[in-house]
Design a protein around this ligand. Structure first.
Ligand code: FNR
Length: 377
């Protein structure tokens, strides 16, 4: 057997590809400059929240069942009346041009091929209308950052609705920027580099507030609007009134906030600590999930993100009450590594591992995952 034959090729890939998150992270560290790499990789402060996300998964072990005929697994789920073949979504991640010139356009095309819903960030490099055009028939949701001038927020939400986005995801944990030491160390501010222009420069309300059409005026305008410490439940209720598509809230960690969200009429919750990038020292998303699922009682879907880097993590999240999961850094690394193909490959590998794990746990359906026995250290 030749050395070439002995090389471990990706199970599903058409060319060699880093097989797990750690391999991919290492490969990307060598591929892109330290500023963007540090921006994607890091968490806030001393990175306790970032570590908590991964550690939360490691605390759980699965006690599998056997002899259950797992020859025909069904990994499909339903969200807002629509069937999806997998329980994976793309988490909203801003400024994708820092990973690859094709940015969000490459990501949404890969998401379409995988048939996994795509959530576009407010601070994307490409405008929501451009993303819609790149994958007009694919399920897309729009993540909304509130604006100090709230008419900008409503304008973006209505543009998204008009462009065919099927839900609004209001992120509530970013009322101001987290304490990001890595970016200070690297003196890297993608906002100031203009990487978040897409949705702003195409917004008639936003542009009407600028003093001129210079780059400086745009950056000043974004910085004046993007952090919004006054955000409160009245804003959520008003957004619900002004929107005809489902509204989800992203960034919930406390069960009491989950209860208030359902009372405010939101259509879904994303349990998230923003990938450990906002408040440092917070609970890992998976550790926050069970008490939130208990309060919500399946009245609305409960999604989870943060540290979902293996197929087996999805099993644990769904066993603990999540309806589906969102994935962040893995697809961004895939994008940096090999554009659209990289995104496709990393998500395909995650899904393949999930599917195998589901069968090996003895379950045939997503609903069955709730019956998995987990032990917690
Ligand atoms: C994010 N995240 C994020 N969230 C959001 O609501 N709007 C945004 O624009 C961004 N931007 C963003 C950029 C980068 C580089 C990262 C890594 C993350 C948070 C994201 O949606 C998600 O909550 C986390 O990424 C989930 O954690 P993992 O999967 O990265 O561990």
């Amino acid at each position: 057997m030749s050395k070439e034959d002995l090389l471990l090729k990706n199970i599903n890939g058409d060319k060699p590809f880093p097989i797990c998150f750690d391999d991919l992270e290492k490969a990307v560290a060598e591929k892109i400059p330290v500023g963007p790499y540090g921006y994607v990789r890091s968490g806030a402060g001393g990175e306790q929240s970032l570590r908590n996300n991964r550690n939360a998964f490691a605390k759980y072990s699965i006690v599998p069942r056997f002899l259950t005929d797992v020859s025909n697994p069904d990994t499909s789920i339903e969200l807002f009346g629509k069937k999806h073949p997998t329980p994976f979504l793309f988490a909203p991640v801003g400024m994708n041009k820092m990973a690859h010139e094709d940015g969000e356009l490459a990501v949404v095309r890969a998401a379409e091929k995988l048939d996994m819903p795509y959530i576009q960030s407010t601070v994307s490099s490409y405008a929501l209308e451009e993303v819609a055009e790149a994958a007009p028939n694919h399920t897309k949701w729009f993540q909304l950052y509130w604006s100090t001038n709230e008419e900008i927020a409503y304008s973006m939400a209505s543009r998204a609705e008009k462009a065919g986005f099927e839900a609004i995801v209001l992120t509530v944990d970013t009322v101001m920027l987290g304490w990001r030491e890595e970016d200070v160390r690297n003196q890297f501010s993608p906002l100031k580099l203009g990487l978040a222009r897409g949705n702003y420069v195409n917004d008639p309300i936003f542009t009407s507030t600028l003093k001129d059409d210079s780059f400086e005026a745009y950056v000043e305008g974004v910085l004046a609007n993007i952090f919004h410490p006054t955000l409160n439940w009245d804003n959520v209720r008003e957004l619900k009134r002004r929107t005809n598509i489902p509204v989800l809230i992203k960034g919930i960690l406390h069960p009491e906030d989950a209860r208030l969200a359902v009372e405010a009429g939101v259509d879904g919750i994303i349990v998230s600590n923003h990938g450990g990038r906002q408040l440092d020292g917070v609970i890992g998303s998976l550790d926050a999930l069970p008490s939130i699922a208990e309060v919500v009682k399946d009245r609305v879907p409960v999604l989870l993100d943060g540290g979902v880097y293996r197929g087996i993590d999805v099993l644990k999240a769904l066993a603990l009450g999540a309806t589906a999961v969102c994935v962040g850094r893995p697809f961004v690394y895939g994008l940096a590594y090999d554009g659209e193909h990289g995104v496709y490959q990393v998500m395909q590998n995650l899904y393949s591992e999930f599917k195998v794990s589901m069968s090996l746990s003895g379950q045939r359906t997503i609903a069955g995952l709730r019956d998995i026995t987990l032990v917690r250290e």
